[in-house]
Design a protein around this ligand. Structure first.
Ligand code: AMP
Length: 531
């Protein structure tokens, strides 16, 4: 027997329509790419997104066609999303930090017809323009190119929505550590349900009283859904554009009275450095969700102790829309002493409704939630990818429908998942695994260290041994022995790195994560002192 409730397809146009009707005066503030602060409202964003839909229809864009967007977080970018998705076309977010060849590859793979692009990224597209046969037009998101189109468009009674909620809405390619990048194709339904999940109190807890600054880019993993949950909740949005340095973020946080932010660790590390150097204090920010790469506990506690800002650790990936787990104190953990709580809250966290997690051994069998057993992290759920665009990578689910994240993790008795490594970065020593992330976090707690990576180096007896690769803070000095002494007693003895190598630069990949592949390449001729 079927229920008798109304059929109300979960299409994303309803989110911005809700914001227009119930939060129409709520602001969307952007630091424009050109510099000045631009102010808009949900009412205006809705109207302009409908005009953009008209522009697309006049250009012949059909439902299912891919429309590219290579843009930083701004109100205009938001209009592009809703304008594209509202008519059933697919918004393909393009990461400008990928190499031009990769960008060209994914544009062709997606067969984008139109591309909206911040003017600063036009040279990237123009450098490969003759190799993108599907692209009919590139529109710069600036006053000269974009604004006249919006001004001239008459949306009239053009229809938004009205299609199946399983219709594709967005396409995002993962940066592809092996092989070519692969496309994750979100549906209206999956993004809508991700919005509900992430708005809840134990995830991001977004409300209409929040002022939200998404530092995480819309072009990578959907700005963790904030471009949907912000308007869905009626929260004021503050879009940082191109300036993510400590001073610029601080200025926006304070002048716009931001209460909630979301970022990768490196950006908040830069902010912390700025706050310490200038002695400034954050007066409105209450909490920040940090993920995308492991959050060093030292960073987490510094914000809590020095700025009274709650730092919440989260894990996710492009394939999980992206939020998979968030580290909020579950009732039993909330009852523990602050010190005992920390042990759990430093981990990546627990899954919200809609996500199922397990860790598996080499045979695929479940491992216990004891905080000790280490296995492959497997995930399934309502906003998890079931396959890649055009079937790349083949069948990506196991026989129980779980996706192998490629991460290695433990799950403790309170349900807190902790990533110990990326499967390809695991250090295998004498048949046992050493967690590079744990040694990195501990090393980064040393006051002289700006950023550190731990990689495995070949060893004749043990297969691999850990090596710390560290970049020091300007004018700081420390030697190998001091770093090793600093780690002593904090890790099992046999995890003690065999060497510490000091470098001037730790390379970051296109999504802001430390590029260990490149570090290993740079260390090609390196021989362990113990080998
Ligand atoms: P992407 O799809 O580019 O967002 O990358 C997802 C990957 O980033 C995950 O599979 C993890 O390896 C890594 N990652 C994301 N969040 C965290 C975190 N909090 N701690 C450690 N690794 C993370």
């Amino acid at each position: 027997m079927l229920g008798l409730m109304q059929d109300w397809p979960l299409t994303l146009d309803r989110i911005i329509a809700h914001a227009r009707t119930w939060h129409g005066e709520t602001e969307v503030v952007s630091r424009s790419i050109e510099g000045p602060i631009l102010r808009s409202t949900y009412g205006q964003i809705h109207e302009r997104a409908r005009r953009l839909s008209r522009v697309l229809l006049d250009l012949g864009v059909q439902p299912g066609d891919r429309v590219g967007a290579m843009a930083l977080n701004t109100g205009r970018h938001l209009e592009v999303w809703y304008g594209v998705m509202g008519i059933g076309a697919v918004c393909h977010t393009l990461n400008p930090r990928m190499s031009p060849d990769q960008i060209c590859y994914i544009i062709n793979h997606a067969e984008d017809r139109i591309i909206f692009c911040d003017a600063i990224f036009l040279p990237i597209l123009h450098s490969r323009r003759d190799q993108m046969p599907s692209v009919q037009r590139i529109i710069a998101l600036n006053d000269e190119d974009y604004e006249p189109l919006i001004a001239a468009a008459a949306p009239g009674d053009l229809a938004w929505g009205g299609f199946d909620e399983n219709t594709a809405a967005g396409l995002c390619y993962t940066s592809g550590t092996t092989g070519e990048p692969k496309g994750v194709l979100y549906s209206h339904r999956s993004n809508f349900l991700h919005t509900f999940a992430t708005m809840s109190a134990d995830v991001m807890g977004v409300s209409s009283r929040d002022v939200v600054l998404p530092v995480v880019p819309m072009f990578h993993a959907n700005a963790w859904g904030l471009a949907f949950s912000g308007p869905a909740a009626g929260a004021k949005l503050v879009m940082p554009g191109a300036k993510l340095d400590g001073a610029s973020i601080f200025e926006l946080l304070e002048t716009e009275k931001v209460t909630l932010s979301a970022a990768v660790p490196t950006v908040f590390q830069m902010l912390l450095t700025y706050l310490r150097e200038t002695g400034q204090r954050l007066t409105t920010l209450q909490r920040v969700v940090i993920g995308g790469a492991a959050l060093p506990p030292a960073l987490m506690h510094a914000f809590q102790d020095e700025q009274d800002v709650l730092v919440v650790h989260a894990w996710g990936m492009t394939e999980t829309s992206p939020l998979g787990v968030v580290s909020m104190p579950e009732s039993r953990v909330a009852a523990l002493s602050p010190a005992a709580q920390r042990v759990h809250l430093e981990k990546q966290g627990r899954p919200p409704i809609g996500i199922e997690l397990r860790i598996a051994d080499e045979t695929g069998a479940d491992l216990p939630h004891d905080g000790q057993a280490v296995g492959r992290l497997m995930v399934r759920g309502v906003f998890v990818a079931g396959g890649y665009f055009r079937g790349e990578g083949g069948d990506i689910l196991d026989d129980r429908g779980f996706f192998d994240t490629g991460d290695i993790a433990t799950i403790d008795e309170y349900g807190f998942m902790e990533i110990t490594d990326r499967a390809k970065d695991v250090i295998k020593s004498g048949g046992e695994w050493i967690s590079s992330i744990e040694i990195e976090n501990l090393t980064m707690a040393h006051p002289a260290v700006e950023i550190a990576a731990v990689v495995g180096a070949a060893h004749p007896k043990w297969d691999e041994r850990p090596v710390v690769v560290a970049k020091l803070k300007p004018e700081a000095s420390v030697d190998r022995a001091e770093i090793l002494a600093f780690l002593e007693g904090k890790i099992p003895r046999w995890w003690t790195p065999d060497d510490v190598v000091f470098v001037d630069d730790i390379p970051l990949g296109p999504t802001g994560k430390v590029d260990k592949k490149l570090i290993r390449q740079r260390m090609a001729g390196y021989v362990l002192p113990t080998a």
